[in-house]
Design a binder for this molecule. Structure first.
Ligand SMILES: Cc1cc2nc3c(=O)[nH]c(=O)nc-3n(C[C@H](O)[C@H](O)[C@H](O)COP(=O)(O)O)c2cc1C
Length: 331
């Protein structure tokens, strides 16, 4: 990596990142989060195979708007050579960085030896990171989880339970820390409890101590107060927001304000309407890779935040055009 291309070191601190979410972080939503103050944006994950084979749907999915920059494309796979090829393609497409997924717990990813399954193979992680870094000038980051056990399924009567080994984030970091990765995002939950419960802040703090690059703490941040607590408890250089931005992309602005002045505003109804319309315009514009299906999911999340509005919610999830949305919201 050439330091001239390493945008990570030029970002303001603490860094606020929009974490990758398959099926959610489409281009329209990413632009909006950027507008509201996200410092770095991750695409949803793309497979190395799909990138190498020029899969049309994947190319569309990772299409970005220049306003999103710096935008990082996240990649998953299992083969270092394929990462090398995919990385070159992404660099040519103009991404500011590449992120390697070592955290995804999805069945179809893990059963192919990708995502969090790789945390059980630290040497393969090394090979993948090394091959990716060597392939490109742009910075490479990784995303990991707090831990994974050696068996994917356990039950109290499982005879193998005593032989289970735990592969922790800090163990992995100790194996890879000498590689010139620019940043690392750690989701503080385990493979076995992938999305629920409080993140393990100690696991994140341990990683921060073991890795000299930039560490982004992720998991369970739904408010500015959560973000501040995460930063204080882990010593991380930034936070990654995922579900906390559903239906409230303004959370980035609120966090910035709170960290600077201990206060933040809740958007007025007019401001929310304006954001929803802007989101719809971005999603339904001719150039956009997102469309009405993606947009409806986001509309349902906006509507969730509005009290006593079940009729509005019903109407919003059936819209087809920006005009439909504007009419419903202004009624
Ligand atoms: C719908 C959904 C899709 C996700 N897709 C990805 C993905 O493509 N790559 C990835 O590294 N993490 C993915 N994640 C994990 C998030 O980036 C994040 O680590 C996790 O949701 C914890 O953060 P949160 O508690 O703020 O939601 C996804 C999460 C959700 C809910």
């Amino acid at each position: 990596m050439s330091s001239e291309f390493n945008f990570w070191t030029k970002l303001p601190r603490p860094i606020l990142a929009l974490a990758p979410m398959a099926g959610v972080t489409d281009a329209a939503f990413r632009v909006l989060c950027k507008d509201f103050g996200a410092d770095v944006i991750y695409t949803e994950f793309a497979s190395t195979d799909a990138l190498i084979h020029g899969n049309e749907a994947t190319r569309r999915m990772i299409q970005y708007d220049p306003r999103e920059q710096p935008v990082v494309c996240q990649v998953f796979g299992n083969d270092p050579e394929k990462f090398e090829k995919a990385a070159k393609i992404l660099e040519q497409l103009g991404f500011s960085g590449i992120d390697i997924n070592f955290g995804c717990p999805a069945y179809k990813v893990v059963t192919h030896g990708g995502g969090v399954a790789l945390m059980r193979e630290p040497n393969r992680c090394r090979e993948i990171i090394d091959a990716t870094i060597r392939a490109v000038k742009i910075p490479v980051s990784v995303k990991i989880r707090a831990s994974i056990k050696s068996l994917s399924h356990t039950s109290p009567g499982d005879v193998n339970v005593h032989h289970q080994e735990m592969y922790t984030a800090v163990d992995l970091v100790r194996t890879i820390h000498d590689l010139p990765m620019a940043a690392l995002m750690i989701h503080g939950r385990t493979f076995e409890k992938p999305f629920d419960g409080a993140p393990d802040v100690n696991a994140i703090a341990d990683v921060k101590k073991a890795f000299k690059g930039i560490v982004i703490a992720n998991g369970g941040i739904h408010s500015p107060e959560d973000a501040e607590r995460m930063l204080v408890e882990t010593g991380a250089d930034g936070v990654g927001i995922a579900r906390g931005a559903w239906g409230k992309p303004w959370i980035f602005r609120q966090i910035k304000s709170y960290l600077a002045s201990k206060t933040y505003d809740h958007p007025t109804w007019d401001a929310i309407v304006e954001t929803i319309i802007q989101h719809a315009e971005l999603a339904l514009s001719k150039k956009s890779q997102s469309g009405i299906i993606e947009l409806r999911k986001h509309l349902a999340w906006y509507a969730k935040g509005i009290p006593n509005a079940s009729a509005l919610r019903q109407a919003l999830v059936q819209v087809k055009t920006v005009e439909d949305i504007t009419r419903i919201l202004k009624q």
